[in-house]
Design a protein around this ligand. Structure first.
Ligand SMILES: [Zn+2]
Length: 242
């Protein structure tokens, strides 16, 4: 995980930048406000505007640490461009991502340090998380819905820090995802996301500045996936959600 522009400047969704490499239908930018996706999070959506018009960014393909913006039309682009992230999509991803941290924190606290085995955020305002929870009572998982919404209501601030890989491994629960522990940045540090007063964990995604910026959510479904895994599906209440 390299450090992304959106990690340093999460509020900046529009940026004037420059094409540094291009082929028909794909472009590499000097700087980009787009999150490229990964770790269960979908890549940002949005458009690029340049002297000849505007084109939608259909996907982002990461090759050798470089983020190719794949365009909806096979245009060839050069020079100065304006990159604009879709604010509604970014907001929805950040809400879901922050809420999965809250869910994860409460499961970790109430189920003796249970680890995450997978996570996926969806474009329809839902997300799922898989936990290593042998013999867990699904009703106890369902009962986490009111405490999750209480954390959202409390408007806890979200902060970031960078720690060394060795330091990250020493702090219990910091690297919590058994399947996709985030790789360190080129300088050997790991990005830590803290929901102040609740939780700290390593993560490279986009999050809200504080928890009350999320809509409330529902726990939609709990499935048993094998003897060990529980899959918890959550959804935001309101437009584009549950
Ligand atoms: Zn995260």
């Amino acid at each position: 995980m390299s450090r992304y522009f959106c990690h340093e400047y999460p509020e900046v969704l529009e940026l004037e930048t420059r094409v540094v490499d291009a082929r028909p239908g794909a472009v590499l930018l000097e700087r980009s406000p787009f999150h490229p996706g990964g770790g269960g999070q979908l890549a940002d959506r949005g458009v690029l505007r340049w002297s000849d018009g505007e084109v939608r960014v259909a996907a982002i393909e990461t090759v050798d640490g470089r983020h190719w913006h794949l365009l909806a039309d096979p245009v060839e682009m050069a020079g100065v461009v304006e990159a604009r992230v879709d604010p509604d999509f970014r907001s929805m991803m950040a809400q879901l991502h922050t809420d999965t941290h809250i869910l994860n924190a409460l499961v970790f606290q109430q189920f003796q340090g249970a680890l995450v085995t997978g996570a996926q955020l969806n474009e329809d305002g839902t997300a799922r998380m898989d936990f290593d929870l042998p013999d867990a009572d699904n009703d106890r998982l369902r009962a986490l819905e009111p405490p999750i919404n209480e954390v959202i209501r409390q408007d806890l601030p979200v902060r970031y820090a960078y720690v060394t890989e060795a330091g990250a491994l020493l702090e219990r629960g910091l690297v919590r995802n058994r399947s996709v522990a985030p790789p360190p940045a080129p300088d050997g540090t790991i990005r830590v996301v803290e929901i102040v007063g609740l939780d700290r964990q390593a993560c490279g995604g986009t999050h809200l500045a504080s928890t009350a910026r999320s809509r409330p959510l529902r726990i939609l479904k709990i499935d048993n996936k094998g003897r060990h895994n529980r899959r918890v599906k959550i959804g935001l209440i309101g437009p584009g959600g549950a």
